[in-house]
Design a protein around this ligand. Structure first.
Ligand SMILES: [Zn+2]
Length: 254
């Protein structure tokens, strides 16, 4: 029997895959972007807009965006829990307010719109997968802040966690880090998601030279050879499609 998810995906595709990269690391430009571009695959790159010289530092990403990849918002300050001791002053999300995290996100958004003016709608990625400010009795989710400004946001999950397009909270999308899997394991995960007619989001940080890069190529070959059956697209494209599909089914008269 056809599942309710069966007819959501465009052009007869069985499911969707989004490949996402965090933090704008050099290996993404060196090893991921060429592999994706050669195969006509489009991904999402979440850049934290840190640094005095961000215009120069992020200049290579202008070309990446021109090739159809999404440049996503990853805040300006990339603040995570103080538990990680990332900051010299010892503070972290525990010391932030909702107003401060919103200002940080919107500052990054202004910078991204200057860097890539053609992309006016994008998705968000929670730094360190963390969705809160404050601590203990004053700890609050900042998911509602993100939902005000973005079509969707990538949260966290584990390998094997996919997104049911009819049920998932678009501002807390499941994803997992897949960089440690072999090519055949990656392909297996993608195929499992499609058996369920769902949306799989793969997260990468860097792609090391040698075997990890080869595993990535193997998966990309699989996706490229099956375009038409597998919809590979940036997070923003799939999120827009899911949002619009849900809205259209809600509007259907009785
Ligand atoms: Zn990050």
């Amino acid at each position: 029997m056809a599942s309710p998810e069966s007819n959501i995906w465009p052009d007869g595709c069985l499911g969707a895959v989004s490949i996402s990269f965090d933090d704008g690391r050099p290996s993404q430009l060196e090893r991921a972007v060429p592999v994706l571009d050669e195969r006509g695959l489009r991904a999402t790159f979440y850049l934290p807009m840190r640094g005095e010289n961000w215009r120069e530092g992020y200049a290579p990403w202008v070309d990446v965006a021109a090739n159809g990849h999404e440049i996503g918002n990853h805040t300006k300050s990339h603040t995570c829990s103080r538990n990680f001791s990332f900051r010299k002053d010892g503070t972290g999300l525990e010391e932030m307010t909702l107003e401060e995290i919103e200002a940080d996100i919107l500052e990054a958004e202004d910078m991204l719109r200057e860097l890539v003016p053609s992309q006016t709608e994008r998705t968000f990625c929670y730094p360190c997968y963390q969705t809160f400010v404050g601590e203990g009795a004053t700890r609050q989710s900042y998911v509602p802040i993100v939902a005000k400004h973005f079509v969707a946001a990538r949260s966290t999950g584990e390998v094997g966690w996919f997104n049911n397009p009819l049920k998932i909270d678009l501002h807390c999308l499941n994803c997992a880090s897949y960089g440690h899997l072999s090519g055949i394991e990656l392909i297996g995960q993608v195929e499992r998601a499609f058996q369920k007619r769902q949306w799989i989001i793969l997260t990468y940080h860097g792609i090391d030279a040698g075997k990890p890069a080869q595993e990535f190529v193997e998966m990309c070959n699989h996706l490229a050879e099956r375009q038409g059956r597998i919809w590979t697209a940036p997070v923003v494209d799939v999120a827009r499609h899911v949002r619009d599909f849900r809205a259209s089914t809600m509007d259907t008269p009785e």
